[in-house]
Ligand binder design. Structure first.
Ligand code: HEM
Ligand code: HEM
Length: 174
């Protein structure tokens, strides 16, 4: 039940998948800062959690990677055709981007001298700007847009399997 099998993802993998998916959608709301400088409901209620949730995603991703490695060879496999290869590459890309995003986000905050406060705890006080770290931080926005594009493709493929191919693939993750 808890571990994965060739037929489907186990409870823990499914929990990781859906909790992180929800948190990533929450994080995506940051893009609404571009509208009216964030002076609206989304900007005032959801976006202020961006840094804390981002750091939480980093911790969850570390645990998820350990869990995925432990279950290696015992997870649902993709067919050895082009689509299967693309699915594997897409999943791996999302793993990598979900680690790079918090890393570049943290680099942005520290590099720009803002310090780092997570769920009200000050982990690092405001300090001097660190240009090379700020340069890594500048990659945060393009990487975020790349992740959102990959996730959009992933969700479309999920629906395609469910509604067009009707192969029950979605059930592996439900
Ligand atoms: C931010 C949103 C999402 C992210 C970051 C995400 C990420 C991932 C990743 C990394 C995997 C590979 C399995 C693993 O190692 O855990 C996966 C599998 C899967 N996801 Fe998502 N996912 C998201 C949303 C969704 C949604 C909304 C659906 C439903 C349409 C979905 C359906 C699936 C299915 C069915 C699999 C298993 C695919 C297979 O067995 O080949 N995901 N997802
Ligand atoms: C998986 C986690 C994360 C996701 C999915 C994510 C996503 C995003 C998105 C979609 C944007 C808007 C980009 C734009 O409008 O061009 C953004 C901006 C931003 N994020 Fe994140 N983020 C994550 C983690 C973090 C973390 C951990 C931090 C800081 C510790 C952070 C700090 C920022 C900052 C400062 C901006 C504004 C950047 C700018 O104005 O150039 N993010 N993020």
């Amino acid at each position: 039940m808890k571990s994965d099998s060739k037929a489907r993802y186990g409870t823990i993998s499914r929990l990781f998948h859906w909790v992180i998916a929800l948190l990533v959608l929450w994080q995506a709301m940051k893009i609404f800062d571009r509208i009216n400088d964030g002076e609206h409901w989304v900007g005032q209620v959801l976006v202020p959690w961006h840094i804390s949730i981002g750091v939480l995603i980093l911790l969850l991703m570390v645990l998820r990677i350990v869990w995925a490695l432990r279950n290696r060879g015992n997870r649902p496999s993709a067919p050895p055709a082009l689509l299967g290869f693309l699915a594997k590459a897409g999943h791996l890309t999302m793993y990598v981007l979900l680690v790079l995003l918090p890393v570049t986000g943290i680099s942005f905050m520290i590099g720009e001298g803002y310090g780092l406060t997570v769920f009200g705890m000050e982990l690092l006080a405001r300090g001097k700007e660190i240009p090379w770290l700020a340069a890594i931080g500048a990659l945060h926005s393009p990487i975020a847009l790349l992740l959102l594009a990959t996730v959009a493709g992933h969700i479309l493929m999920g629906f395609w399997h469910h509604f067009v191919r009707k192969d029950g693939l979605l059930r592996r993750m439900l």
